[in-house]
Design a binder for this molecule. Sequence first.
Ligand SMILES: *Cc1c(COP(=O)(O)O)cnc(C)c1O
Length: 432
Amino acid sequence: MLTSKSARFSPRVKISKTIDQLISVHHELRMKERFEGSFTQQEAIPEDAIDAAVEVMRTGRLHRYNVADGEVGEVAHLEHEFASVFEAKYCLAVASGGYALATALRTLGVGPGHKVLTNAFTLAPVPGSIVAVGALPVFIGVTENLVIDLEDLAEKACQANVLMLSHMRGHICDMDTLMHICDQNDITVIEDCAHTMGAKWRDRWSGRYGAIGCYSTQTYKHINSGEGGFLITDDAQVMARAIVLSGSYMLYDRHLAGPDPTEFEKIRYETPNISGRMDHLRASILRPQLRRLNAQCEAWTVRYKTLEYGLQDTPGLSLTERPPEETYVGSSIQVLLLDWSPRAVREVIMRCAERGVELKWFGSEEPIGFTSRYDSWTYVPSNLMPKSDRILAGLLDMRIPLTFSIEDCALIARIIREEVCDVYQSTPQVAK
Ligand SMILES: *Cc1c(COP(=O)(O)O)cnc(C)c1O
């Protein structure tokens, strides 16, 4: 700075003033706390899971149906354990969460020309799975508490006989009312539990209200095998079809959590093999993680509550209300800057980013990362949904990796709070 031309030829007094200003700006910057962690850094795979994976690799038998005489195999064990944790009769492990969703639709006979009700606020693999089987999503709106709008659902219930319910970002709607609406209208429910593995509505697991529950074990979900998924159900025919669909050939009797072989007698000829199996390697690293799931869920929720506490009563910002019936897993947190101008929301995001806090915005015109929304999926015809648009326009989202400490979460809350307050107070046009 001081060697720049203008500075060299400026009068002395001016230089010292500039230096003073620089020092004060520097001071102010230094005073501001910064978060240094990474929002995309998950925990390491636990050592016992690594050992189990190495063991599988030593055998060379990675394909789920490649087992030694009398050996059950990691995948069948995992399915059995998953079914017993979530109190389901049957479980199938597959290649991804999106694959589980499409398979669920296929087992119900959903195909070209059919419509499927689903959330307007969800992740792209959900409408993607519906389109994958040739069907058309019908979007249902989102409420201020970020759950499916049950009034909108009741209105559109006559349009389809399947609902793919996404518990998006871990928010569970009033499941009693939802199931009542669906039962009244003969709607079969598939639950997308990508963000609710380990969550409950009252005393029943999410995934156990609908006919089928689907899960993902992709890196950003609650257990991590890079890619992977599960499908659970109590319906023997649904599971028989799912097993054959996933690519079991005629080896379906090697499933510990599958139905009786008689269930396959007819469907094994009628059901195509649409390969999407899980392998022993991934199953071996999931089994030890499944045993720790409870503790992990608690760790998430403590972090969530720390953030929630730190953000309470921030002017201009609202948090989602979590009903007492809901036992949630706080693996991400959402805040609403409801009715703020886009410019002011952008200002908050920018300032937080400068201090190391990455917020994702579902209201930006261009989807970034995972923040696409119903009107970004132009392969689906949809009407504008002004009530949902108002929510999404103010919706900020933040992942909570377990690599964050509780102190980290308190710090992040302080940063968001300061910046939201500051922008709210200094921008007269925040609330248009
Ligand atoms: C991740 C995710 C899926 C799909 O899971 P993949 O394993 O990535 O295919 C489905 N729904 C939601 C809400 C998700 O976040």
